[in-house]
Design a protein around this ligand. Structure first.
Ligand code: GRF
Length: 198
């Protein structure tokens, strides 16, 4: 039986599309639902791929989440640019089965308010020579669950938050499908070695 994945989004949806495309050629899992907390541009993208979508009436309402996740028989919930906290009752019900992608090497540069260009701004301000992407398990605290996989990218002299974000995003688009496929094969999210992303 296919491993059934829901993706939660708040914005653009490029990681969602990268995941859907990667699973099209290696269908060990299927994105069967996209949830959002707002009118995200990811929603029409998902619809154009024929994926059912649901804009949450109240993103704090755990019951609404659970109704959706239960009715689609979701095995794994992926947060891909989802900016709100997942309600604690959902984290509990889906314990160990929610992952998030973050555009930095956690545990650095994560936590409340660390999203979008603020992350890359902070990495540059600290003079880091390396950044990257992390996929981690989600618990009740922003960006603090077990790290499952990371991939590093260089910070290049003259980088702006925008150029660094673009380089990190490229690696995110490879890292997330890798972790989702590993989860599908293992039946749950697992720590995944990243040798080389191509
Ligand atoms: C990504 O950088 C992701 O790491 C972060 O939010 C961004 C979402 O981008 N959590 P997209 O919506 O997948 O294009």
């Amino acid at each position: 039986m296919t491993y059934r994945v829901a993706v939660a989004v708040s914005g653009r949806g490029s990681n969602l599309l990268a995941l859907v495309d990667a699973l099209a050629t290696d269908p060990v899992a299927e994105v069967v639902l996209v949830l959002s907390d707002r009118a995200a541009s990811a929603i029409p993208l998902a619809e154009s791929r024929g994926i059912p979508t649901h804009q949450l009436r109240d993103h704090r309402d755990g019951g609404e989440w659970r109704d959706q996740l239960d009715s689609y028989g979701i095995d794994l919930l992926v947060l891909a640019g989802y900016l709100k906290l997942v309600p604690p009752e959902v984290v509990k019900a889906m314990s160990g089965r929610i992952i998030n992608i973050h555009p930095a090497l956690l545990p650095g540069y994560g936590g409340p308010g660390m999203y979008g260009h603020r992350v890359h701004q902070a990495v540059l301000a600290a003079g880091e020579r390396t950044s990257g992407a992390s996929v981690h398990l989600v618990d009740e605290v922003y960006d603090r669950g077990e790290i499952l996989a990371q991939s590093a990218v260089p910070v290049i002299s003259g980088d702006t938050p925008a150029t660094l974000a673009a380089r990190v995003l490229e690696t995110e688009h490879k890292l997330l499908p890798l972790v989702v496929k590993a989860a599908a094969k293992a039946g749950r999210p697992v720590a995944t070695m990243v040798d080389k992303l191509d």
